[in-house]
Design a protein around this ligand. Structure first.
Ligand SMILES: Nc1nc2c(ncn2[C@@H]2O[C@H](COP(=O)(O)OP(=O)(O)O)[C@@H](O)[C@H]2O)c(=O)[nH]1
Ligand SMILES: [Mg+2]
Length: 282
């Protein structure tokens, strides 16, 4: 990895090629807007031409955008009510897998979790989450294929409340007949969860696939119109994705990365650590 590795190798000890730097940042999924901002700002910095120093300045800028603290899922609530986590995103990005990974992660912290299988649009999706629930050993609430997703979330929320569970995690569909319907459905799920607890859902996470480049930014923008997003789960960082989209999403939409997925197994998951990101990805 190493977004800047090429630049450093080629220009070490000499002046950086600004066009090259710009291309590198765009290829790293930082997005046109952020890249242009960044390069313009650095170019205007007097005396800053030496490649190593330019790269260092870039790292600093990126670091100031993403911050340096991880953001954890809040500890179980003092009032004993469940913290509700709604997970959304387009098809195939890794929602269902991430829901299972997150359940396993919270369970390992000693918390109890209930799952809601609210992707009722695909029959296989319900089955997939059921298998995960068994594997992770957490209760799950489902309905029949093409059942009402909001009703599943409502029922699962009631189960989480009545059993005193610490967390409820709702998996949702990534595709409905139209994208408009999908956004409306997500808003309805959110409103329905608020019926049992007006502060729910407490976390609204979007899952994006690191290998899809700038799509991650546009998807976050779109889902942000339906849900006031509290974070991003970035999956498939074990692939070729550079994940610069994490920086672009934070910069443009102010939605922070929260977790990363680095494989298909439940342990391939961790809290996003900005410092480690700067060190290993850049
Ligand atoms: N390599 C890799 N594959 C992943 C990761 N997360 C999910 N997947 C795979 O991506 C595919 C789609 O995942 P799924 O959870 O069904 O996506 P959904 O449609 O958004 O619910 C599955 O084959 C997963 O095993 C990850 O972090 N790395
Ligand atoms: Mg799914």
């Amino acid at each position: 990895m190493g977004l800047f590795k090429n630049i450093i190798d080629r220009f070490r000890g000499s002046e950086v090629d600004w066009d090259d730097l710009e291309e590198t940042l765009i290829a790293g999924d930082l997005g046109i807007r952020l890249t242009t901002d960044l390069v313009d700002r650095l170019r205007e910095t007097k005396g800053l031409t030496d490649a190593d120093k330019v790269v260092e300045a870039c790292r600093k800028e990126i670091s100031s955008i993403i911050g340096d603290e991880s953001i954890e899922i809040p500890s179980p609530r003092k009032d004993g009510k469940p913290t509700v986590i709604l997970v959304a995103g387009v098809n195939g990005v890794g929602k269902t897998t991430s829901v299972a990974k997150l359940a396993s992660f919270l369970k390992a912290r000693g918390s109890s979790v209930v799952l809601a299988a609210a992707d009722t649009f695909r029959a296989a999706a319900i089955e997939q989450l059921k298998i995960w629930a068994e594997r992770v050993d957490v209760p799950i609430v489902t309905t029949q294929y093409q059942g009402d997703p909001s009703a599943v979330c409502f029922d699962a929320h009631q189960k989480a409340i009545s059993t005193g569970a610490d967390y409820l995690i709702c998996d949702t569909a990534g595709r409905l007949h139209t994208r408009h319907n999908l956004m409306e459905e997500l808003k309805k799920i959110s409103r329905t969860l608020a019926k049992n607890d007006e502060t729910a859902p407490h976390e609204r996470l979007i899952v994006v696939d690191a290998t899809t480049g700038s799509n991650a930014l546009s998807q976050t923008k779109e889902f942000g119109t339906a849900l006031d997003l509290t974070g991003v789960i970035v999956t498939k960082l074990d692939g070729s994705g550079k994940a610069g989209s994490i920086v672009a999403i934070k910069h443009e939409l102010d939605v922070p990365a929260r977790f990363i997925g680095t494989g298909e197994k439940e342990e391939d998951f961790s809290v996003f650590n900005p410092r480690a990101f700067i060190d290993t990805i850049l």
